[in-house]
Design a binder for this molecule. Structure first.
Ligand code: A3P
Length: 281
């Protein structure tokens, strides 16, 4: 499922690949609680942002969450660490349905599913793979681009992932899943936060929502959620940040016209049965 492409390796979070494999295969057995909240998204779609927002909503305080999102990430944490998180847990993952805990669906845990236009996702992914030392990726954007089209990247194809969840939503109309678009979150921030709080069953006053919105703005998170200096040095290259640009439309600075046309063609091929539409500007 996780692919190893030319020099663009799957991130094993510093674990031996076999140990990471064991951890991954056991995720489907994770014990879930009915009030667990799952944030699911393809990588680089706004998971850190959403995790911070929801965690603050749950805490009822517009205060930076002291721990990183990765501490609540299914593919990063052993079960005993996840079990130690108090209710309600705000978990997150980029894995496709088959890999996720069976109990998540059985117990009808709430899912917040984030989508982002795939051209910006692709550029963000490229910068992520280039910027994190453990990937050892040396390629240029032009070298990385074909992997995106073929879906030969960490976590597999974006097209397959998104279509799978779209089908799930279609086939399970009563399942508590909330779709949130990155672009909509940028454009209509407070309204989107209100919709999110309603989905989570949280009665938050508009003053608190506005404070959370502000605390989670890109530049505040870039400052407040910066990695500790030591980790920064060992984990990532000098000019990279997990809070890189935070914009809609950066893809235009990277895609050539030919690449954009090719992408549109592959999108058409893979998404012809989809009713999703994405904003690219
Ligand atoms: P860019 O690389 O385009 O800047 P994820 O958290 O799923 O890995 O997604 C990462 C993307 O979300 C990055 O996109 C990052 O900058 C962006 N992001 C993170 N926090 C954000 C915020 N508060 N507002 C807007 N974008 C944010």
């Amino acid at each position: 499922h996780l692919t190893e492409t030319d020099g663009c390796r799957t991130c094993t979070f510093g674990r031996e690949p076999s140990e990471q494999g064991r951890l991954m295969r056991n995720i489907c057995n994770l014990e879930c609680r009915p009030d667990d909240i799952f944030i699911l998204a393809s990588p680089k779609s706004g998971t850190h942002w959403t995790w911070e927002i929801i965690s603050m909503m749950i805490n009822g305080r517009a205060e930076t969450i002291p721990k990183p999102k990765i501490d609540n990430m299914l593919e990063n944490q052993p079960h005993d660490s996840l079990a130690a998180i108090p209710n309600p847990r705000v978990l997150n993952s980029h894995l496709s349905i088959d890999w996720l805990p069976r109990q998540m669906l059985e117990k009808q845990c709430r899912i917040v599913f984030i989508l982002r236009n795939p051209k910006d996702m692709a550029v963000s992914f490229y910068n992520h793979v280039k910027g994190i030392k453990s990937y050892h990726y040396q390629g240029q954007w032009k070298d990385f681009f074909p992997f995106i089209l073929k879906g030969e990247m960490e976590y597999g194809s974006w097209f397959t992932y998104v279509r799978e969840w779209e089908r799930f939503i279609h086939d399970n109309p009563n399942y508590p899943i909330h779709l949130m678009f990155y672009e909509q979150l940028i454009k209509d921030y407070e309204l989107e936060l209100r919709r999110l709080a309603t989905f989570l069953g949280l009665d938050l006053d508009s003053g608190l929502l506005a404070e959370i919105a502000d605390k989670c703005r890109f530049h505040n998170m870039q400052k407040d959620k910066a990695l500790p200096a030591e980790l920064q040095k060992t984990l990532i290259k000098q000019n990279f940040s997990f809070f890189r640009k935070g914009k809609i439309g950066d893809w235009k600075n990277w895609f050539t016209v030919a690449q954009s046309e090719e992408f549109d063609r592959v999108y058409e091929e893979n998404m012809k049965a989809s009713s999703l539409t994405f904003q690219y500007n």
